[in-house]
Design a protein around this ligand. Structure first.
Ligand code: 13P
Ligand code: SF4
Length: 339
């Protein structure tokens, strides 16, 4: 394990840390086999974990599909809580473990099921598209889910003049731009009904990813000034201005594929910083610029130590009320039929 990790990560992780982490990874892989478990690892996992223990790596959509297909008894989700919940929604008979109780998400925390019910009351009959970065009770109030890789396709699949798209303001604005829709952000204060609310095709919610909202157009122009030939990739949770100023925008896996399939002199990823290290390790012949200092505090909670403890002690078990799960399942399954 140490040799394998050294081959990939010698330039990213100090040697003493690699030795410790390789030992932990070997113990996790052993226990994983003994307990008939599968480990799913999101693209934002720290490099040593990402390149050692997951059976499957990927973006939210890919990992949802793997969670639906696995025949293992235990799913250990190296990601954040909404992802582990999605796995439980799809595989209720499996034990789903999240290695840290603190792995939340600012988007998932930005909206409640009561907020969605209020939106539906205000816009009766308008279908609700809910980003996968939400908790099960919010998904249960929705008509269909989407991820960053299929959001446009999901909105276009609905035969509806208007849609409610929650909770990421920037993703909603980016989808609105791509689908040519006019978006509004309603307030629940009846004294503040703006005239723009008379004409809309998308209704958004002011949730933000605390990582992606930090990137600015100024960051992009500064990097371009210094490296005119850089190719800049931005996650669609970045602001529309940032997405427009970038050369490519897509889900975490779409960005990885883009780097793999193109031959630019250098790249810059505007996303969670562990992913830049993971892509650099897998593509040593490509130059990745390191502007990034923005680590997702939630993804950062998932460590090799906690993953080992998770398997040893069966913690932390994801539980979802069965009524909520069944309703949430409809929205997730409907999304999976679209792509
Ligand atoms: P992806 O679906 O693109 O992997 O994104 C998940 C996420 O949390 C991005 O911040
Ligand atoms: Fe949530 Fe942003 Fe972290 Fe993704 S990067 S888990 S959207 S806070």
């Amino acid at each position: 394990m140490y040799e394998k990790m050294k081959g990939l990560l010698a330039n990213t992780v100090p040697d003493f840390e690699l030795r410790l982490k390789a030992d932990l990874a070997a113990r996790i892989n052993q226990l994983k086999r003994e307990k008939n478990a599968v480990i799913l690892g999101h693209n934002y996992m720290e490099p040593a974990l990402f390149h050692s223990i997951p059976d499957y790596i990927g973006d939210s959509l890919e990992l949802s599909r793997k969670a639906a297909q696995t025949d293992k008894e235990i799913i250990v989700f190296c990601g954040v809580k909404f992802m582990a919940e999605t796995a439980k929604i799809l595989s209720p008979q499996k034990k789903v473990l999240l290695p840290s109780e603190k792995a939340g998400c600012s988007l998932a925390a930005s909206i409640s099921a009561a907020d969605v019910r209020e939106l539906k009351q205000k816009f009766p009959g308008v279908p609700v598209v809910t980003y996968i970065n939400t908790y099960a009770d919010v998904k249960a109030e929705s008509d269909i889910c989407c991820t960053s890789s299929n959001a446009v396709a999901v909105v276009e699949s609905l035969d509806s003049e208007s849609v409610i798209f929650i909770p990421d303001e920037y993703l909603a604005r980016n989808v609105a731009r791509e689908t040519g829709r006019h978006i509004i952000f309603p307030t629940f204060d009846p004294t503040k009904v703006g005239d723009t609310e008379l004409d809309y095709q998308m209704i958004g919610w002011p949730g933000r990813c605390e990582v992606h909202e930090k990137f600015t157009v100024e960051d992009i122009s500064n990097v371009r000034k210094q490296f005119p030939d850089v190719v800049i990739l931005a996650h669609p949770e970045c602001s529309p201005e940032v997405v427009e100023a970038a050369d490519f925008s897509g889900s975490t896996t779409a960005m990885i594929r883009y780097v793999e399939r193109t031959k630019a002199p250098r790249y810059l990823l505007l996303t969670e910083c562990a992913m830049g290290d993971n892509v650099a390790a897998a593509n040593p012949e490509k130059e990745m610029l390191r502007l990034c200092s923005v680590r997702c505090p939630h993804m950062n909670q998932i460590t090799l130590e906690d993953t080992l403890a998770s398997l040893e002690r069966d913690q932390y078990v994801i539980e979802i009320d069965e009524e909520i799960r069944k309703h949430a399942l409809r929205s997730v399954e409907r999304m999976l039929t679209i792509g």
